[in-house]
Design a protein around this ligand. Structure first.
Ligand SMILES: Cc1cc2nc3c(=O)[nH]c(=O)nc-3n(C[C@H](O)[C@H](O)[C@H](O)COP(=O)(O)OP(=O)(O)OC[C@H]3O[C@@H](n4cnc5c(N)ncnc54)[C@H](O)[C@@H]3O)c2cc1C
Length: 366
C-alpha cells in the first residue's frame, strides 16, 4: 500500500488524511503542536462563498461552490466514521447594507448569482427584520441567500481527528517543526524521528513559507490575524454579513462576532483595539448587544497567499511533494474539495473542476 505523510494537523491536513485513507493509502499526520490548535480551531465555521465573494465568479468561486456542494455528504461521512456529531446548520445568510448607495453592488451580486443558478433574494430593511428581528432599524436592505450554512469548527475538527483515528490514520502530535530532508523527497524529519511517505503533503497553513528553502520554490503565504469574540446570546437564525463584520449564532447559545484582519506576524493574542472595533460594530448591527460584553475573545492566523487563491497541487520539480495551503478566509469551507483535489492528484485521477489557477508553480521559482 502506498503511503502519504501529511505535515500539519489543521482542517486541511486532517481532511486530506481522511480522504487518502478512505482511498486505501497508509496515512500519517505530523503536527508540531496539537491538531486543530491553530487557525482551524479559531474559525467561525461559515460555509458562505456567496457572501464572501463579491466579484464576478472565477475558478475560485467554482472551487468554493464545489466544496459547499460536497459538504452534506462529507459531514455525514465524518460523523459516521467518528461516531461524533457537531453542529451543521443550513440556516442561510443575510448580507445587510446600511446605505442606499450600496444597493447597486447588492443588485449586481444578485444578478451574477442568478446567472450561476444560486438563489438569492433582495429584501427591504423591513423584510430583512422580519426574518431576523434583532437587526438594527438602520439596515436599509439585505440579500438573503438560503444556500449558505455554518458548522461549529471546534466540533468539526474534533470529529475529523476521531474519524481519521478510527479509519487507521496515524496521528503524531507534538512532533516539533517538521522539516524536509535535503535530497530525500520521501522523508520528513521530526522530533519523533524520520517519517517516510511515498507522497508528502505540506498542509501547514500560515507557516507554509518556511518550505521555500527546502523546495527551492516560492510559496508566498502570510499570516493574517483574525480577532474574533463571542457573546452569551442573543440568538440569530441566519448568518448576518455586513461590509465590516459578520455574526453567527451557534446552537450552544453563543453569538460569534468576527473578525479583524491584522498584520501581526505570528502573534495570536487579541488587542483592545481589535476587540473594541468588533464591539462597536456589533452594537450598530444588533442593538440588543448595546449592554452586552463578549465573554470570550480569541484570535487565529489565516494563511493568505500572495494572490488570494489557495495553493493546491504537486510541486512540479518534486512530484512526490504536494502543497495544500493558502486557504485564507475559507479553509473550513474548502476542506472537502482540497481533500478531493489532493487525493486525485496523488492517484493521477481527473479533477472535477479546473485547478490550474491553484497550482504551486504559478509563483516564480526563487
Ligand atoms: C478568526 C478566524 C475566523 C475564520 N472563519 C472562517 C470561516 O467562517 N469559514 C472558513 O471557511 N474559514 C474561516 N477561517 C479560515 C480558516 O480557519 C483557515 O483557512 C483554515 O483553518 C486553514 O486551515 P489549515 O489546516 O491550512 O491551517 P491551520 O489550522 O493553521 O493548521 C496548520 C497546522 O500546521 C501545523 N504546522 C505548521 N508548520 C508545521 C511544521 N513545520 N511541522 C508540523 N506542523 C506544522 C500548525 O501547528 C497547524 O496546526 C477563519 C480564520 C480565522 C483566524
Amino acid at each position: 500500500m502506498a503511503s502519504v505523510s501529511i505535515v500539519g494537523g489543521g482542517v486541511i491536513g486532517l481532511s486530506i488524511a481522511y480522504e487518502c485513507r478512505k482511498r486505501g493509502f497508509e496515512v500519517t499526520v505530523i503536527e508540531s503542536g496539537v491538531c486543530g490548535g491553530q487557525a482551524s480551531g479559531a474559525a467561525a465555521g461559515m460555509l458562505a462563498p456567496y457572501s464572501e465573494i463579491t466579484e464576478d465568479p472565477d475558478d475560485f468561486f467554482k472551487l468554493c461552490q464545489r466544496s459547499l456542494n460536497l459538504y452534506p455528504d462529507w459531514v455525514e461521512h465524518i460523523m459516521q466514521s467518528s461516531n461524533e456529531s457537531f453542529e451543521f446548520s443550513n440556516c442561510g445568510s443575510l448580507y445587510a447594507i446600511f446605505h442606499e448607495a450600496d444597493l447597486l453592488s447588492l443588485e449586481a451580486k444578485k444578478r451574477w448569482q442568478s446567472e450561476y443558478g444560486i438563489q438569492s433574494y433582495l429584501l427591504s430593511g423591513d423584510e430583512a427584520r422580519e426574518k431576523e428581528p434583532l437587526l438594527s432599524d438602520d439596515v436599509y436592505a439585505a440579500l438573503w441567500c438560503p444556500a449558505e450554512s455554518h458548522i461549529y469548527a471546534p466540533g468539526y475538527v474534533k470529529a475529523l481527528i476521531q474519524a481519521c483515528r478510527n479509519a487507521g490514520v496515524s496521528i503524531i502530535e507534538h512532533a516539533g517543526e517538521a522539516e524536509l530532508v535535503d535530497g530525500e523527497p520521501h522523508l520528513v524529519s521530526t522530533d519523533k524521528g524520520l517519517i517516510k511517505g511515498d507522497f508528502i503533503v505540506l498542509a501547514t497553513g500560515a507557516w507554509s513559507q518556511n518550505w521555500e528553502k527546502g523546495l527551492n520554490c516560492s510559496l508566498p503565504v502570510f499570516p493574517i490575524r483574525g480577532q474574533i469574540c463571542a457573546y452569551d446570546g442573543p440568538s440569530l437564525s441566519h448568518i448576518v454579513f455586513t461590509s465590516q463584520g459578520y455574526f453567527v449564532g451557534k446552537e450552544n447559545g453563543t453569538l460569534i462576532a468576527g473578525a479583524s484582519e491584522d498584520i501581526a506576524g505570528f502573534n495570536t493574542s487579541v488587542t483592545e483595539h481589535g476587540i473594541n472595533r468588533l464591539e462597536s460594530w456589533s452594537k450598530k448591527v444588533l442593538p440588543d448587544l448595546r449592554e452586552e460584553r463578549p465573554f470570550h475573545k480569541w484570535a487565529g492566523l489565516r494563511p493568505a497567499s500572495q494572490d488570494g487563491f489557495p495553493i493546491i497541487g504537486k510541486v512540479i520539480e518534486k512530484p512526490s511533494i504536494l502543497i495544500a495551503s493558502g486557504h485564507y478566509r475559507n479553509g473550513i469551507l474548502l476542506s472537502p474539495v482540497t481533500a478531493e483535489i489532493i487525493a486525485n492528484e496523488i492517484e493521477e485521477m481527473p479533477q472535477e473542476i479546473p485547478i490550474e489557477s491553484f497550482r504551486p508553480e504559478r509563483f516564480q521559482f526563487v
